[in-house]
Design a binder for this molecule. Structure first.
Ligand code: FAD
Ligand code: EPU
Length: 341
């Protein structure tokens, strides 16, 4: 029998550190647990929210339903050849610990994704990415349970419809599919080191280190620590918005007025513009409003200094979006999952 708690504080379960309560809360450690839970009235009668590490969520009010914390653990070596290894990893494993495990065992492909908070199960949901690598590059399959009928399902990489901070799990299957494990294939030899990202190459140079799984992981950790606030010190959920993509014509028009506007080629000749730059240009960087604010080192990160509410963060995000829309005619889309609006 799964233990269902009532009126549980979620403050320690979200990296924004927002105080909100779940009407019902339980933690599950196996697919078997989930199937048993699905037979209970508390599941059938309530809306539910699956929770990983809570590092990409904003609670704007109490959650009047059932929060299901995914706590499935284990790493299973499925296949190994001279040059590759395939691992099936349970969704409740901590992503960064898994990255360190891979670096330690000499498995290559996710070292650039070091220090991203959260769980393995959430990694495919927004196709986590950093420093030139996205997790879809190594994912073979995503396994789990259909929350409508309890059927076990497995999605191939192609079926996951991965894109920049996108996948089928964020859209068609949002809150309809429980991810129980992820299968990834990594390199054992001939690693394809990705050190194109400017800051990464510079840090490796400064450390006087040739690219290796360990040196890349170390450099990424160093860069991230210098720019991003540690959620255990200042509440945040990483980038609050996605980097927007605009047409080349729109970009060229903006360049006339803002000659320094950064832009990177995206698909269909579109241009990706760093949202952090847009937000900084609107004057928000480092601004504090009572308990909440915009991080001084990274304008794309909204922070809770302590005691802030989800609604305060949400209102700040809305004001930021509005100003970017007015100044640049660019619509910002939240990356963070807003729960309650
Ligand atoms: P949660 O926040 O718990 O959940 C996120 C979403 O996934 C929710 O909709 C939830 O319902 C759903 N979900 C979670 N687990 C499951 C499951 N097992 N089955 C079905 N649905 C599930 N992201 C990047 O891509 N790149 C970065 O560089 C990056 N840097 C960050 C830095 C900081 C300081 C912080 C705080 C966050 C950063 N993030 C980054 C965002 C975040 O770490 C990722 O989105 C991460 O994958 C979220 O994992 P989580 O387990 O905390 O998910
Ligand atoms: N910039 C500014 N001012 C700022 C912040 C950024 O002008 O305050 C400009 C600079 O031109 C800088 C550029 O934005 O060169 C890019 O900044 P950065 O390298 O910090 O990356 P980002 O685009 O802001 C993205 C991801 C991060 C990921 C990093 C590294 C998104 C929404 N964010 O941030 O992911 O870690 O690149 O790859 O794509 C997350 O998703 O939560 C996250 C932290």
């Amino acid at each position: 029998m799964i233990h269902i708690e009532e009126n549980v504080s979620l403050r320690d379960y979200n990296t924004f550190g927002i105080q909100a309560h779940a009407r019902y809360f339980c933690s599950i450690t196996s697919e078997h647990d989930l199937l048993a839970l699905m037979r209970q009235e508390v599941f059938k009668r309530n809306t539910h929210l699956i929770l990983g590490g809570g590092s990409n969520l904003l609670f704007t009010k109490d959650f009047d339903g059932l929060v299901i914390k995914a706590n499935l653990k284990g790493i299973d070596l499925k296949e190994q050849s001279e040059d590759r290894v395939t691992l099936q990893v349970m969704s409740g494993e901590v992503w960064h610990e898994f990255v360190l495990y891979c670096v330690h065992h000499g498995y290559g492909g996710i070292e650039n994704l070091s220090l991203i908070p959260g769980t393995v199960g959430a990694a495919p949901i927004q196709n986590i990415g950093a420093y030139g690598v996205e997790v879809n590059e190594v994912i073979e399959r995503v396994h789990g349970i259909d929350l409508l009928n309890g059927e076990q399902k497995s999605f191939t990489n192609e079926q996951c419809l991965f894109g920049y901070r996108e996948s089928i799990f964020k859209h068609t299957l949002k809150e309809k599919f429980f991810i129980s494990s992820v299968t990834l294939t990594l390199t054992r030899i001939n690693h394809r080191f990705n050190v194109q990202y400017g800051a990464l190459a510079d840090t490796l140079n400064a450390l006087n280190q040739p690219p290796s799984l360990q040196s890349i992981s170390d450099a990424v950790i160093q860069i991230r620590k210098s720019k991003l606030p540690d959620p255990s010190v200042i509440g945040n959920a990483g980038s609050f918005f996605k980097n927007p993509t605009i047409s080349k014509t729109h970009y060229e028009l903006l360049q006339k007025e803002h000659s320094k506007i950064p832009g990177y080629p995206s698909v269909n000749q579109d241009i990706k513009v760093p949202a952090g730059w847009l937000i900084e240009q609107c004057g928000w960087k480092g601004k504090r409003f009572h308990h909440v604010g915009v991080h001084a080192q990274q304008a794309l990160v909204l922070v809770n200094y302590g005691g802030g509410t989800g609604e305060e963060i949400f209102q700040l995000a809305t004001r930021i979006s509005k100003s970017v829309q007015e100044k640049f005619n660019i619509t910002l889309t939240p990356e963070v999952n807003i729960i309650g609006e």
